[in-house]
Design a protein around this ligand. Structure first.
Ligand code: SF4
Ligand code: SF4
Length: 409
């Protein structure tokens, strides 16, 4: 008897076991274990649904060990929707109570009560800003007290210097003749941690003739919740965004966070059909304002959920190439996950650190001055990596470089 529960069992049958995805899977590359490969994980999912394999610790651990980076989807000739499968399997694991209760509670509390609540997230970010700016952070670091609680120490290391929160006006007029009207999804973490990237996105769109609407009432996209096996919270958050965005009269719903863009597109509804990554939208529309030269060596690194989740690879590179004198190259291993993967750096710190070390080594060898990548998780992870390695490298969203070339401050 087959009982997939929240796993889409039928979709597991699309896998023809060819193994072409294996060399592209970071956890397989690092371990060489079949059970840590896409094919092995699908075998486990199918076995559990067909009741041939118990839903035991091995299955739970392999689903958690997967980065949900979706590199296997890009490599798969059979069109297996692996991201959809692993999210379903994680939800089924939680529905059957097969994961540690404390860990599940802590994760759900953080994702539902903090990340999903703009008010709580803003208060939390405000407390972190005070911690950094008052000198308390330096004092705490000097005592090495945090090393007694490894997850806290890791979170502290990941934390960049927080700028002021970015609150955009509801409507930003186009500069010069109006070419169109877009809505901007500002995200949950982006306004608190990467406000300059949001400001740059709006400025670049306005300079290129687009009126930008930033609807109040929008909130977290629910990507982290869905990846963590909480489809209920993810659906609720998506429904709230559907209500917040008026789709009539807008050319596109613009996002600058690859993870949010992929999650929104996966919904497959009217909102999803309007989604465009900002680099994709501007590359398609064409730049009206010519950027000034920037003399920088810039390494581009593909966010997994832009490359594999949305199949956007050429657009960010094309925009960066439009900046005169900017020397653009692909970071070696640019298609490989940096180990951020939502909350993976907290749940699987060892593997996350191994993948980050590969990136840092590539950055060191190429002597890039800037690493450009369009996703908050990657910006945080690679930023923490270069800080720890004391490399003189800026880690920026591609749109920040374009805004800089426009003289945006
Ligand atoms: S999503 Fe990434 S880590 Fe998971 S099986 Fe696919 S390639 Fe491997
Ligand atoms: S490439 Fe696709 S069909 Fe082949 S083993 Fe991997 S998931 Fe299965």
């Amino acid at each position: 008897m087959v009982d997939g529960g929240l796993l889409d069992y039928q979709a597991t049958l699309d896998c023809v076991h060819c193994g072409l995805c294996l060399p592209h899977c970071p956890t397989y590359q690092e371990t060489g274990r079949e059970s840590s490969s896409p094919r092995g994980r699908i075998y486990l999912m199918r076995g559990v649904a067909e009741q041939r394999i118990p839903l035991d610790e091995l299955v739970v651990e392999e689903m958690s060990f997967c980065l949900a980076c979706r590199a296997c989807e890009s490599a798969c000739p059979a069109g297996v929707r692996y991201g959809h499968l692993v999210e379903g399997m994680r939800a089924e694991i939680d529905a059957r109570g097969a994961r540690g209760r404390v860990r599940r509670f802590a994760e759900r509390f953080a994702l539902r009560r903090v990340v999903a609540s703009p008010r709580v997230l803003h208060a939390f970010a405000g407390a972190l800003r005070a911690y950094q700016r008052s000198g308390l952070q330096r004092a705490v670091q000097a005592t090495r007290l945090l090393s007694l609680v490894p997850p806290l120490a890791r979170m502290e290391r990941m934390l960049p210097k927080l700028p002021d929160a970015h609150r955009a006006p509801l409507v930003i007029p186009a500069r010069g003749a109006r070419r169109g009207r877009v809505a901007f999804f500002s995200g949950c973490v982006m306004p608190e941690v990467f406000g300059p990237a949001n400001a740059a996105t709006i400025d670049v769109l306005a300079r290129n003739g687009f009126e930008v609407e930033v609807p109040a009432g929008q909130g977290c996209c629910g990507a982290l919740h869905r990846h963590a096996g909480d489809p209920e919270a993810a659906d609720r958050l998506h429904a709230a965004n559907r209500a917040a965005f008026r789709l009539d009269g807008i050319d596109a719903l613009i996002l600058n966070s690859a993870g949010c863009g992929a999650a929104m597109r996966d919904a497959g509804d009217a909102l999803a059909r309007k989604v465009r990554d900002v680099t994709e939208f501007l590359a398609e529309a064409g730049l009206r304002e010519t950027p000034s030269p920037l003399r920088l060596r810039v390494a581009y690194d593909d966010p997994c959920h832009l490359l594999h989740g949305q199949r956007v690879a050429a657009a960010p590179r094309a925009l960066l190439r439009a900046i005169p004198e900017l020397e653009l190259f692909d970071l070696p291993g640019c298609r490989d996950c940096c180990g951020a993967a939502g909350i993976y750096s907290l749940t699987q710190p060892a593997m996350s650190a191994r993948l980050l070390e590969r990136k840092v080594q590539a950055i060191r060898e190429t002597q890039a001055q800037v690493v450009a990548t369009g996703n908050p998780g990657c910006l945080l992870q690679i930023g923490a990596g270069v800080r720890a390695a004391r490399l003189p490298v800026e880690v920026l969203h591609p749109i920040e470089l374009l805004a800089r070339a426009y003289g945006h401050s």
